[in-house]
Design a protein around this ligand. Structure first.
Ligand code: NAD
Length: 356
């Protein structure tokens, strides 16, 4: 029929956005009933000053601090933090950092049901999803539950001004990938479409502006806002080939998260383009280019982002196994997934070719 039906559900999360909003974290934590906060971070020297500002803003609400958040949310790390949480009788989690620190917060929340307040410093978008990825004995598993979704997110543009340009580019393209796949998701709704298109245009504008001035506050704000919108899409609709492929490459071959998203996105788009012409047209229009996959590839190249999986440490000999793993379990995707099709996609991405 000509009527497009849909089901739209969004999680109950509260979002505070602005510059200097870290000062509002104490009041927001108290709003969640916090009296004893466990402050989580990744211990990165680059975030030391921002973490100190957050600690100061929280004042005597801080009951304990854990700075050992690590990539891919290892269960051993979660268990160490859990011990501290129990010993100090924490009643609220406050996390500052990228997707890895958010992951630790989520892993603790799903085990304790404590409320979470997340202060994101990258554009990964995990703070607005109810999905948690964890690793145990080198295996990455993913689960989803209402307790995983953080109650409150405080976006402070000031905390992103110093995110190095290469990380800003790859993390920004990570956000772009959520928006792109939301546009051809079978679960898409008019609301996710609107958020995704706004995010696509904003990421493209912001990355160009940051290229000239990496600390441009207006561009930083635009990119952080886009990350929130794109993350909200990720939390609301199912993702396709691109996300599964990146998950496989990260989990099985240890490739870095945001960089892998950056290399794979144009190729996953090129693969899906024949089966999702309307989404691609809308993305191209939002980017102001004639063709979406090459438009994204050119955006990444201009911004100085990585374009080849071989530069991220994937061995040529692993390409076949990657194609096999990525087709092992079926999942919704606009275009049928074939072993030969994915092998071709991966070869192009490995070599860093501009998609046709
Ligand atoms: P990350 O959190 O691992 O951060 C990467 C590095 O950047 C770290 O060393 C960190 O200390 C540093 N960093 C963070 N913010 C900084 C800043 N403002 N300035 C300087 N350095 C800074 O990387 P990420 O890309 O944010 O997150 C990736 C992880 O998140 C992956 O494990 C991925 O699976 C997960 N993730 C999960 C979801 C979800 O919905 N569950 C969504 C996106 C990502």
């Amino acid at each position: 029929s000509s009527v497009r039906g849909f089901v739209h559900t969004t999680g109950p999360s509260r979002v505070i956005f602005g510059a200097g909003t870290v000062e509002r974290v104490r009041a927001e934590a108290e709003r969640l009933g916090a009296t004893r906060v466990l402050l989580l971070s990744g211990g990165s020297p680059a975030l030391r000053k921002d973490t100190a500002r957050l600690r100061e803003a929280l004042g005597d609400l801080v009951a304990a601090e854990f700075d050992g958040a690590a990539a891919h949310t290892p269960v051993e790390v979660t268990e160490r933090a859990l011990e501290l949480l129990r010993e100090r009788r924490a009643d609220c989690l406050v996390a500052i950092g990228g997707g890895s620190t958010t992951g630790l917060s989520k892993a603790l929340a799903v085990r304790t049901d404590l409320p979470q307040l997340v202060v994101p410093t990258t554009y990964a978008g995990s703070e607005v999803t109810s999905v948690l990825g964890e690793t145990e004995n080198g295996r990455k598993t993913t689960r989803s539950a209402p307790a995983i979704l953080p109650e409150t997110v405080v976006y402070d543009v000031d905390l992103t001004l110093g995110l190095p340009l290469p990380m800003s580019v790859t993390s920004g393209v990570n956000a772009l990938a959520h928006a792109v796949e939301a546009l051809y998701s079978p679960d898409a709704t008019p609301v996710t479409d609107a958020m995704a298109l706004e995010a696509v245009a904003a990421v493209a504008r912001a990355l160009s502006a940051l290229h000239d001035d990496p600390a441009d506050p207006a561009a930083r704000a635009e990119l952080l806002r886009a990350a929130w919108l794109a993350g909200t899409c990720l939390g609301a609709v199912g993702m396709g080939l691109h996300h599964k492929l990146c998950h496989t490459l990260g989990g099985a071959f240890g490739l870095p998260h945001a960089e892998t998203h950056t290399v794979v996105l144009p190729h996953a788009m090129a693969y899906n383009a024949p089966a999702a012409p309307e989404a691609m047209e809308r993305i191209a229009r939002a980017l102001g280019v004639p063709d979406a996959p090459t438009g994204v590839f050119d955006l990444i190249t201009r911004a100085g982002g990585p374009t080849a999986l071989r530069d991220l440490g994937l061995a040529e000999a692993d390409l076949d196994r990657a194609a096999e793993l990525a087709t092992a379990q079926p999942y919704p995707n606009p275009r049928e997934l074939t072993r030969a099709g994915l092998a071709g996609l991966l070869r192009d991405a490995w070599q860093g070719r501009r998609p046709q």
